[in-house]
Design a protein around this ligand. Sequence first.
Ligand SMILES: [Zn+2]
Length: 74
Amino acid sequence: MSHQTTGIQQAVEHHCIGHKEGDWVIFTCPICRDYQRLINCKTKQVIVRKGKSNAVHTGSHSPMEINLDSFSNS
Ligand SMILES: [Zn+2]
């Protein structure tokens, strides 16, 4: 796999907002009410509930030092 992304069309990007609940950081999209991404601080487990949106969701959570290099999806 290469890093070329020239094939992507209509890459609408939604910036998610994260908040912490216990060991989990929960990102929600201000646009897609049924989108959620949950990241466990300890295990790095990621759970994504995409809902009906096809948008690319990105986000960061500045108070937490979590490596979110791969936090994007299509
Ligand atoms: Zn969204």
